[in-house]
Design a protein around this ligand. Structure first.
Ligand SMILES: [Zn+2]
Ligand SMILES: [Zn+2]
Ligand SMILES: [Zn+2]
Length: 128
């Protein structure tokens, strides 16, 4: 049994997380206190948590984006996909634009020149 320094309840060892730094090999706070503390932290730092989630989502989008861009690159190289002039102005120097990064939509691209490509994103934001 071990006394939790936070809630002052004596609990069996299995109610404590292991911690090698402590003499007895267990953390000073019990598991329920750890959970409560974690939630309190989130409550006190909602911005930080949101930023963290957002960063995580950004990473996921970047991963999808990379995958989609690469799929287009491979398809163009193999002739499966043919570059088209800009859908807006007919400019021949184009970039592949994804309206969606979903796997099934990877090769479903719009061809847009740099100007119209950034214009699209200014208006619609980042594709999903
Ligand atoms: Zn406790
Ligand atoms: Zn254009
Ligand atoms: Zn785009």
């Amino acid at each position: 049994m071990k006394l939790c320094r936070k809630c002052n309840v004596t609990r069996p060892f299995e109610h404590f997380h292991r911690c090698r730094a402590n003499k007895d090999g267990y953390q000073s706070y019990c598991k329920p206190c750890n959970v409560a503390q974690g939630m309190e932290w989130q409550h006190k730092n909602p911005k930080l948590t949101i930023a963290r989630v957002r960063r995580y989502q950004m990473k996921a989008v970047n991963r999808k984006k990379k995958r989609a861009t690469n799929a287009v690159y491979v398809a163009v190289k193999s002739g499966k996909l043919v570059r088209q002039p800009c859908e807006e102005c007919g400019e021949l120097k184009v970039e592949a634009h994804h309206t969606s990064y979903a796997k099934a939509e990877q090769l479903n691209v719009m061809w847009l020149c740099r100007t119209h490509h950034s214009a699209w994103h200014l208006e619609h934001g980042e594709a999903k």
